[in-house]
Design a protein. Sequence first.
Length: 83
Amino acid sequence: MFLPKAYLNGGMLFSNLVLLFVAALSYYCFVLLVRTRLKVEGSFGDIGGMLYGPKMRIAILFSIVISQIGFAAAYIGIPPPFT
């Protein structure tokens, strides 16, 4: 929702480079997650719990809940007044 204004503020070259970097980083993380999921069965929380212990499982589940709340809150807003 804020990307157009951030793109305008950053300028053409910087914004394109940062956008490309973030896209490549997201792709790399996604590939790592899929590779891990193919070797370790279970949900994301289960994977973190098996690999790093129960504290990491709780941290992963907490971050999923927070991100879902953020996604839902981003689309709840006050509608513009009718004129």
